[in-house]
Design a protein around this ligand. Sequence first.
Ligand SMILES: *Cc1c(COP(=O)(O)O)cnc(C)c1O
Length: 400
Amino acid sequence: MLPKDLEVTHNGTTKNVTTKKVPTNIPFAKPYTTGKELNYIYQAIAGGHTAGDGGFTKQCQAWLKDYLGSQKVLLTHSCTAALEMAAILADIQPGDEVIMPSFTFVSTANSVVLRGGIPVFVDIRPDTLNLDETKVEAAITSRTKAIIPVHYAGVGCEMDSIRAIAESHGLLVIEDAAQAFVASYKGQPLGSMGQMAAFSFHATKNVVSGEGGALVINDPALVERAEIVWEKGTNRSQFFRGEVDKYTWVDIGSSYLPSDLIAAFLLAQLENSQTITLSRLEIWEHYHKAFAELESRLNIRRPYVPTDCQHNAHIYYLIVDGIETRTEILSYLKQNGVQATFHYVPLHNAPAGLKYGRVYGDMSVTEAICDRIVRLPVSASLTQDDADLVISLVFQALAS
Ligand SMILES: *Cc1c(COP(=O)(O)O)cnc(C)c1O
């Protein structure tokens, strides 16, 4: 027996004949595909190369290198992997310190801890929620090796100051650009300004390949070793170019390459990355206009983007007055079929942060913000109607 709201049509398929309202379902990160992914994956299979470093990997790397104007780009299976490679290339030794925000994803800190290094957590700016560049210099010691600015929500950190501080103390800058693809600071793409940078193409990011990432090398001195670390510690790339006559184990390394099937998916997304970003920016702007009145009426703040920065609409967030309001908004949205979320539990007082990290100075902004942030759904496949619904639900939640 068919359920009573389905009837069989003339060609044997079923058709829904009820007028029942379909329940709302707006996921937090609604997947967006360009339509070319399957075709490229098919081509990769037909071409017979599905392991890493195939034709699609090379095309993605060339695309990224050209877009960023960098020395070298290596695709990885995640941003986590790219950050781990960067920590190897930065030659982090046991006891070496790396300055970073605590308001970030765990991989920023793990990359350093895995080498025996110490993450030194510094507070964030209250406006952009990025590493507070005015607090970095005081955190530097004789053991400091690098600074990892995280471009939160695709809004650039104050790279001029951070780079000047790093240069005057002989430190490396590794941009955690996981959230920052197709965004810029003073006209320069994020990911092109540190000696190294790491991007994520994880399904929750803007431009995706399910899991995926890239290590960007902007310092020519790091290129040769980067390829070796990427190729599991061998000189395989040099061997294939005919630069060495045997292929052998020359350094530490690991398995960082994604399959060319992943790269095929990614290429379709890279080619559409401007369109994807513009669609997200439309949703972001729609939220931003609608929520303007909350700032004047209630103790609620919207994202802040400095005029020097072009962001990529990775995240739309609201900062509310406390955890109770946040819980109310999140559960009201959930009851009504909209998935909203929050982050981060600060790293500095998480169990592993206490064990492996160290705090420099006062963390009051990080601690004050983490219970108050609400992240709303953003995706290139959300419609203005979806966004309108989210907006009206937020207003309803705040009115109750
Ligand atoms: C998503 C994210 C990562 C990790 O990216 P993966 O590709 O999932 O490994 C690292 N840092 C930040 C800031 C992120 O947002």
